[in-house]
Design a protein around this ligand. Sequence first.
Ligand SMILES: Nc1ncnc2c1ncn2[C@@H]1O[C@H](COP(=O)(O)OP(=O)(O)O)[C@@H](O)[C@H]1O
Ligand SMILES: [Mg+2]
Length: 297
Amino acid sequence: MREPSPGAAALKDVAPVPGVPKPDPILVVDGVVRHFGGLTAVDVEHLELQRGVITSLIGPNGAGKTTFFNLMTGFDIADEGAGTFDGQELRKVPAHKVAGYGMVRTFQLTKALTRLTVLENMKLGAHGQRGERILSALWPPAWRSQEQAIEERAEELLVRFKLDHMRDELGGTLSGGQRKLLEMARALMVEPMMVMLDEPMAGVNPALTQSLLEHVKDLPHHGMSVLFVEHDMDVVMDISDWVVVMGQGRIIAEGPPAAVAKDPAVIDAYLGADHGDESRFTPTPWPPESRAPEARP
Ligand SMILES: Nc1ncnc2c1ncn2[C@@H]1O[C@H](COP(=O)(O)OP(=O)(O)O)[C@@H](O)[C@H]1O
Ligand SMILES: [Mg+2]
């Protein structure tokens, strides 16, 4: 078992009930609804995410996880409701402003820019996120020292993510897994309070998934909160301090990983794959123990 995140101890007396209040929530969601035509993709009555821990968001394909991410990070606008991030109102706040509040995300599909070098990709992560400061724009020495600070942070993160030997290579020459690492490192350029990761392991070579996971586990030890969408249940059980389960747009369960794995509502949602519309569900067996040992990575 992994070392729990610094904030995890505070969750030990929290009941595993959908919408339960947390002792120190960083993200609070209220009445968020998003329709696509006749389909209700997201309908979250109340959800709180504890600060300084890794919360995983799981659920069958089409459950609304990515839509929920988009709504929280300002990439999509809810039909109703919203939330607060670290006390700041999120209703109709655009993505760049949400990032400025300290909540950053990565995408399910990798976005590293292929025609920029690795270092340039990193520097781009610092710009246009928090917004340029007026003073430094008017006063070149301040601008230079800011550039220097950005470059130093980029170099530091490249070392931490073992990408420093690639700093002058074009983004396009990186492997899929290295791009994921770059995307994550780039998201950290703004020193976010919260990092939202949407299936960061998708398409990553198994040799790199472990290192990617170690970096995710490390984030709370650098003072960050994490929301992590992942469909591999072994990974979810290993990495999470808390698990939130979505089904058909709603929160159907939440709790510590072991409690959620035993929750009948969760087992139901996943077992639905065996008798029903299979295309809507991930093929991951549930509960994870049911997977044959030889099928484990
Ligand atoms: N832009 C969109 N237009 C119409 N339907 C969408 C759109 N985005 C998502 N959906 C639908 O909303 C539901 C939730 O999708 P999504 O949030 O991607 O689920 P998940 O990430 O959990 O797999 C699905 O039925 C999906 O087809
Ligand atoms: Mg998705």
